[in-house]
Design a protein around this ligand. Structure first.
Ligand SMILES: [Zn+2]
Length: 151
């Protein structure tokens, strides 16, 4: 289990924490500011920085198999010595790409508002594919005088 610090402060951009473990899927930390992809909102990108300044680029954060488990996915080609230094208990700083995350937060909130405003299935960032393509919102019928056709 990872302590999900963004639950208490969605605007937290970095934290000091320790490595919980590392495997072929990625890095697990004791605590994180990285949001793992869920509810239509993409996972965060950013860095994990070791005390000696070595930085590991994180290209995604995904849910692990356990509740509240976040896997920080390192960029392909991250130097093996950097990953080898990430062992259980090692102190690190985890920092997200804030500009990217903030855009995702705003879009996600916008999608919730859209969901309340239109009578069609809209998720936090995705809508199910239909015969029209990527959205399930049908085209407006000009003859109804309404912005949105119903049924
Ligand atoms: Zn949501």
């Amino acid at each position: 289990m990872t302590r999900l610090l963004y639950r208490d402060d969605a605007y937290l951009q970095r934290c000091e924490t320790r490595v919980a473990n590392v495997d072929e899927r990625g890095i697990r930390l004791e605590a994180t500011v990285f949001y793992a992809a869920a509810g239509g909102q993409p996972g965060d990108c950013g860095i994990v920085r070791l005390a000696d300044g070595v930085t590991v680029e994180i290209v995604d954060a995904v849910p692990g198999g356990a509740p509240d488990e976040v896997i920080h996915v390192p960029a392909p080609g991250v130097a093996t010595p950097a990953l080898a230094a990430l062992t259980a208990g090692v102190p690190v700083v985890a920092e997200i790409d804030w500009a990217r995350r903030y855009r995702h937060m705003r879009l996600h909130t916008c999608m919730h508002l859209l969901c309340a405003a239109v009578p069609y299935p809209v998720s936090g960032g995705r809508s199910p594919p239909t015969r029209h393509g990527s959205t399930s919102i049908p085209r407006a019928r000009r003859s109804t005088g309404s912005s949105w056709a119903r049924g």
